[in-house]
Design a protein around this ligand. Structure first.
Ligand SMILES: [Fe+2]
Ligand SMILES: [Fe+2]
Length: 199
């Protein structure tokens, strides 16, 4: 396994200054979230955060080559949505070029764009760290930052709702992974509400 310093050097070569800084920010945010939620391996969260966009700036046809070689589940929608390639390609690259064989880390890279149902804690941490990293400036980012440290499930539901609304508003298509993820967190919230009503 690479050390954070070694991986940082690799990213420095592969990414623009802006994306490199974003990757460092996501790594730091992921480590902070990991510590906040007592995740047992905060250093793993840091490394997965560093790596999550490792293939984002290579040509799209090279990304697609890796997507096609991936043994992970890839939806039809992702296959026709180039901005989503980099997550699948990143996981492939981490496994086959960097020789990282930690499934949880690979899944965290793979699903940081679309989410999925039954996400591990590390997957949730990377998904949210990417949304609330220091370089993010969208309208409700501070609200999302606050929610991410209040309840990781609530933050995931908010984030997925935001993402789905945005995709639909643009007239784009939704990968089934994202719908499954949304349904799971919405269902958990519903059950929680029902339990609170019984008490
Ligand atoms: Fe990304
Ligand atoms: Fe990112």
């Amino acid at each position: 396994m690479y050390s954070a310093a070694e991986l940082t050097d690799i990213l420095d070569i592969r990414l623009s200054k802006k994306r490199f800084q974003h990757s460092l920010n996501v790594a730091e945010e992921a480590e902070k979230l990991a510590l906040h939620y007592d995740y047992s391996e905060p250093e793993k969260a840091y490394l997965a955060g560093l790596m999550h966009d490792i293939c984002k700036e290579i040509p799209k046809d090279e990304q697609l080559e890796m997507v096609k070689k991936s043994s992970m589940s890839v939806s039809d929608v992702e296959l026709v949505t180039p901005p989503l390639y980099h997550a699948i390609a990143g996981a492939w690259y981490a496994e086959h070029v960097l020789n990282i064989h930690d499934d949880d880390m690979l899944n965290a890279v793979r699903y940081h764009t679309v989410g999925r149902s039954e996400m591990s804690r590390l997957e949730e941490i990377i998904y949210l760290a990417d949304l609330i990293s220091a370089d993010r400036t969208y309208k409700d980012v501070n609200k999302m930052r606050k929610t991410a440290y209040q309840s990781i499930e609530k933050a995931m539901l908010e984030a997925l709702r935001f993402s789905i609304t945005d995709v639909v508003a643009k007239g784009s298509m939704l990968p089934y992974h994202t719908i499954n993820a949304y349904n799971q967190y919405a269902n958990e919230k519903k059950k929680e509400k029902e339990r609170a009503e019984i008490q």
